[in-house]
Write a protein that binds this ligand. Structure first.
Ligand SMILES: [Zn+2]
Length: 627
């Protein structure tokens, strides 16, 4: 399981545009070990050692076949097969971490890119070699499998994996049908591939001239950059040109998204699920009520979101907010930070999580687990990769010295600590956690960082900046993702009921949602009709029912953070218990057992409550400044 995360910032993957000068390196670092560059020798001492390990695994994979047809002979035989396969999976994951990190250091490096492809090929071969496992275990019958589990303690580390296989029996088909479905994967991926090629390569993105003479090329990166410019007319020009271009391709992009939704329905029906939502949620044991509860609570707390738009309008000095007024910062912060300051601020912030957490994080910061600064050819954005089970997590960042960079340290190292705690506490098969719980550890750290920044801040302007940043982050990660989730559910339901989707219909549906969420009818924020084609800009719709997990993670994180900050007895241990549990339980149940029920209103109300509390603080500062 890949424990890596791409951080969502204002609704898109964090991207750093262009080359940025490297901050000065610490003087005590030897020249051959530059500060801020990760040490991959912890994975493999040399590239040659990687190749040797890869060749070894490749030679072992065909031996898996010797277990085929023999799993039912005895508990010991089943255990031998599971041990052998799991060992190869673990080493393949480690090979993948090295290959991936190496390739991301410099995406132009052909050797690194080839290494990554070789590793991916190995992963495909391993999957193919193990594809008999689930059908054969199911064919043994629940009684025999459960008796093996009871008899052989060596099978204990596979209990959850095997019980989950048995649970999904009604949705696992016969060998013939499974083979057809697995072959159809390439067809099912076609709409997403078409979308990527069209939007990244074929659509001629426009260039607009801004009021200061800048020629702004509006591809995806240009749009995220220029939509936040201070001049309002410029922002409108950027929105009109960018979404005007999407509008030109509305029909094609609509056909492509409709293809994706139809493919989701095909798989749901083939696997005997009542609908596409169940097909997406049930494999991880997440009840549909979680999804519906999220949408219900978000809709009931829309006045909180709209209060933010009113406050934002007031701070920007805008009488009638429009959709293009969401991205410019409400307050400017000239202050810059070093990586070391970012680490210090994060360490101070997580003190409420206890001395052990702080000590482990300090240890990670002191080691060379992070590639911190931008460099030519390096992958943009930020992520954590915790898949090298026997080693340690790695973090990739593009630290530029702004506050966003500091908060990304807190965020990504939240993931890193999650993986470190889970890998230490769980056997390999149970260590990897799902996306459903992944963003909890990162968001809790962000909430704690905000508290620390407010304490550290020297001026009210600075305080306003941190509060405003947190508020915008909650809009983008919670309300916006929930709105996407509502749209996804609506378009799938149309197709499930036999209806058809066109680009024009998608725009109409999306526009209605945009207007409702942003209070268009109430005059809070006006949505110009052209921007209702925004659905065409969101690549996540090609990963069906994925984005809701950003919102549910944020809700869970807020409720955990509330309890930790209120010093509720046991709150810290319970929370750390969730991290240490990794993937040893179904994720919804794991979080629920820790007292946060995502099928109930409480976690969602905690997000709205924090947003209101942040706005109370901001309005108090503004009132003081006025008076
Ligand atoms: Zn994340």
């Amino acid at each position: 399981m890949q424990n890596s995360c791409f951080r969502l910032v204002t609704g898109v993957l964090l991207a750093t545009a262009g080359a940025v000068a490297l901050p000065a390196m610490a003087a005590d670092q030897a020249a051959d070990k530059p500060a801020g560059v990760w040490d991959l020798t912890d994975l493999y001492p040399t590239p040659e050692a990687w190749t040797a390990a890869r060749d070894h695994v490749a030679a072992e994979v065909p031996k898996i076949d010797a277990y085929r047809g023999k799993l039912g002979e005895s508990a010991a035989q089943l255990r031998a097969a599971m041990d052998f396969i799991t060992g190869l999976q673990k080493e393949t994951a480690r090979l993948g971490v090295y290959a991936g990190l190496k390739a991301d250091e410099d995406m132009r490096d052909p050797t690194a890119s080839e290494r990554r492809q070789v590793q991916q090929q190995l992963g495909v071969e391993l999957n193919r070699a193990t594809s008999f496992l689930t059908p054969e275990i199911l064919s043994l019958g629940n009684d025999r499998v459960l008796s093996y589990l009871a008899k052989d303690p060596g099978l204990g580390q596979y209990r959850f994996t095997i019980e989950e296989m048995l649970r999904q029996r009604p949705h696992t088909l016969g060998a013939e049908a499974e083979k057809v479905l697995s072959t159809s994967g390439l067809i099912g991926g076609a709409p997403g591939n078409i979308y990527n090629v069209l939007t990244n390569a074929d659509i001629p993105w426009p260039t607009v001239k801004l009021s200061d003479g800048t020629e702004a090329k509006l591809d995806a990166a240009g749009y995220t950059k220029y939509r936040a410019v201070p001049n309002r007319d410029d922002r409108k020009r950027v929105f009109d040109a960018f979404f005007g271009t999407y509008k030109t391709y509305e029909r094609t992009l609509g056909a492509s998204l409709a293809g994706k939704v139809n493919s989701d329905l095909f798989y749901a029906r083939s696997r005997n699920y009542p609908g596409t939502l169940a097909a997406a949620l049930d494999p991880n044991g997440i009840p549909e009520s979680v999804y519906h509860e999220l949408l219900k609570e978000v809709n009931e707390t829309l006045p909180t979101l709209q209060r933010y738009f009113k406050l934002r309008g007031r701070m920007l000095g805008v009488d009638q907010m429009h959709y293009y007024d969401i991205y410019p910062p409400m307050v400017k912060l000239e202050k810059t930070f070093t990586v070391d300051e970012g680490k210090r601020l994060t360490l101070e912030a997580v003190a409420p999580l206890g001395p052990d957490y702080v000590a482990k994080l300090r240890e990670g910061f002191a080691a060379r687990w992070m590639h911190a600064y931008p460099q030519t050819g390096k992958r943009s954005g930020a992520y954590m990769n915790g898949s090298a089970y026997d080693v340690h997590p790695y973090v990739l960042m593009n630290f530029t010295g702004d506050y966003e960079s500091v908060s990304t340290i807190a965020h990504e190292w939240g993931h890193a600590m999650h993986s470190r705690l889970a890998n230490a506490a769980q056997p390999y098969p149970d260590a990897g956690y799902t996306i459903f719980t992944a963003e909890i550890a990162s968001v809790v750290n962000e909430v704690l960082l905000l508290e620390n920044m407010l304490k550290e801040a020297k001026t009210d302007e600075e305080r306003l900046y941190y509060l405003g940043t947190a508020l915008e982050n909650m809009r983008a990660t919670y309300y916006r993702q929930a709105m996407f989730a509502e749209f996804e559910l609506a378009i799938h339901e149309i197709v499930e009921k036999g209806g058809a989707l066109s680009g024009e219909r998608l725009t109409r549906l999306y526009g209605d949602l945009l207007k409702r969420y942003h209070g268009d009818a109430e005059g809070v924020l006006k949505i110009d009709d052209l921007y209702a084609v925004e659905w065409a800009y969101i690549p996540h719709f090609y990963r069906g029912y994925y984005v809701y997990q950003y919102a549910t993670s944020m809700a869970a994180a807020n409720q955990f953070a509330d309890r930790i900050l209120a010093h509720e007895p046991g709150a810290v241990d319970t929370y750390l218990g969730v991290l240490k549990a990794g993937g040893s339980k179904q994720p919804y149940q794991l979080v629920k057992d820790a007292g946060v029920d995502l099928a109930s209103p409480a976690p969602y109300l905690s997000v709205a409550h924090r947003m209101n509390s942040i706005m109370d603080q901001m309005e108090a500062i503004l009132a003081k400044q006025k008076g």
